[in-house]
Design a binder for this molecule. Structure first.
Ligand code: GDP
Ligand code: IMO
Ligand code: MG
Length: 426
């Protein structure tokens, strides 16, 4: 069984937890998109892991972990994560495989991300300042790209970096009047990355296809969420890659038809960090209740997440464009105690009702949400492991979402821990 986990909203849906759970039955976990803008949380007993680049399967000692060519890798963050796991007794030697074709996020990418956001002022995207956009731009621009395989030839890399940084310095000085960067400093860092990372660098496309041909069970871990997809999300308030399910084949180098199940992950409400449209946003005490109860602060940047009602228009769109087979609904426990719940089932735009998400921010700005109100529940559900034990209002809420997005809900989160999960396999 090969599966792929995809975020259905604006990221932070709980993909890390779902991947960790599904990894139990997987031989290989493949992280195939995004970069250190992602923050995937795995909670096992009293241990909490916040992973940015390592696949969420890495906390399981025997799982093979792959980072493909489409992941933009900040080597400093990656090495920090490898070290952190090591301190907890989790060793990745011999089971972590990094693509030789993955692009490196270097200091000048992070610097450019920051300078550009500052210059945009109130029009900023609200990026994570992890250098993701500038690195993807260099990848598409080709001439100034540095890839993992370049760490093998340090002589060539030194002169390449000199040329790149000379160009970047001129560019940053002209646009932002920024202080110049020293290419020697960045090269010295690359030398140390090479020493530590070269043992992990291989042709991961070949590795994954050998595993698939051998009948191994492969789990593909998506980062971000479909609404942040560069082509199909809320452009320009998106990330710089195809992060809906549509990006999986390109990111992984594996055709979608080899995936048996696309598992979409959504929260029982909606959150987003950064700027951009958010039709069901609750900029009030209910939003604050959800933020406090769900600990809705960014895993990567610590920013407070914007919170709102479950938007079935958003979720249905992500399911439709992504060919999602089943849904994991997380954070049901966070809603406990509210007076009532609302689910957005459609938008009214210029007097016309629609249930198809318009990925155009001018139209979205005019969208009035059409809500269905449902009763909430007061009982503590954080220890429930069987669907039938949930309060009837909680069951009805899940069934309503399931019916509205026309996709079976097969997993329900009732707390951050691996064990706080209800399974509903038919
Ligand atoms: P990801 O980026 O999709 O992996 O999600 P994040 O890790 O950034 O954010 C999800 C947060 O919700 C993390 O702090 C998780 O530990 C937590 N979480 C996941 N599922 C549940 C759940 O069902 N209930 C609660 N209360 N927390 C959850
Ligand atoms: P995970 O994998 C939530 C958002 C940023 C910003 C926009 C562009 O943890 O779900 P970028 O740094 O990518 O150029 O920022 O995308 N963003 C995320 N939001 N979760 C993520 O990842 C995100 N990755 C990027 O907040 O709005
Ligand atoms: Mg996250």
């Amino acid at each position: 069984m090969n599966r792929c986990v995809i975020g259905l909203q604006w990221g932070d849906e709980g993909k890390g937890k779902v991947v960790d759970i599904l990894a139990e039955d997987s031989d290989v976990v493949v992280r195939y998109n995004g970069g250190a803008n992602a923050g995937h949380t795995v909670v096992v007993g009293n241990d909490k892991f916040a992973l940015h680049l390592l696949p969420s399967g890495s906390v399981r000692p025997k799982t093979a972990c792959v980072i493909t060519s489409a992941v933009v890798i900040d080597p400093e963050t990656l090495l920090g994560e490898i070290d952190n796991l090591g301190k907890k007794g989790i060793n990745l030697d011999g089971r972590l495989f990094i693509s030789e074709n993955a692009h490196l996020v270097l200091d000048y990418h992070k610097k450019e991300d920051q300078l550009r956001e500052e210059a945009l002022g109130k029009n900023k995207i609200g990026t994570t300042i992890r250098g993701i956009g500038p690195c993807n731009a260099d990848k598409v621009g080709r001439s100034f790209a540095v890839r993992m395989g370049d760490l093998r030839d340090l002589g060539d890399l030194e002169s390449k970096l000199r040329e790149i940084i000379e160009y970047k310095n001129r560019f940053f000085k002209a646009l932002y009047n920024a202080e110049p960067m020293v290419s020697g400093t960045i090269f010295e860092k690359c030398k140390s990355y090479a020493k530590k990372l070269l043992p992990f660098i291989i042709d991961t496309t070949e590795y994954v296809h050998i595993a698939l041909a051998a009948g191994k069970s492969v789990l593909f871990e998506g980062a971000q969420g479909s609404m942040l997809d560069i082509d199909h999300g809320t452009f320009p308030f998106v990330t710089s890659a195809n992060v809906s399910a549509l990006g999986m084949p390109a990111g992984a180098g594996v055709p979608a038809k080899m995936v048996d199940e696309f598992v979409g992950v959504a929260k029982c409400y909606t959150t987003r960090v950064g700027a951009g449209p958010f039709p069901t946003e609750l900029d009030n005490e209910i939003g604050q209740y959800i933020r406090d109860k769900g600990h809705e602060y960014g895993t990567t940047t610590g920013r407070p997440r914007r919170c709102g009602w479950f938007d079935a228009v958003v979720a249905s769109y992500s399911v439709t464009i992504g060919g999602i087979d089943s849904v994991a609904l997380m954070h049901l426990d966070t809603l406990t105690g509210l007076d009532e719940l609302k689910v957005c089932t459609g938008y009214e735009i210029d007097g016309k009702a629609t249930s198809f998400f318009p990925a155009n921010i001018d139209k979205l700005a005019k969208a009035e949400c059409i809500y269905q109100t449902l009763p909430c529940w007061k009982e503590d559900i954080t220890g429930v492991t069987d669907f039938s034990q949930l309060p009837v209002n909680a069951r009805d809420y899940i069934s309503f979402i399931e019916k509205t997005i026309k996709t079976p809900v097969t997993m329900i989160g009732v707390g951050p821990n691996r064990k706080q999960t209800i399974f509903r396999r038919p």
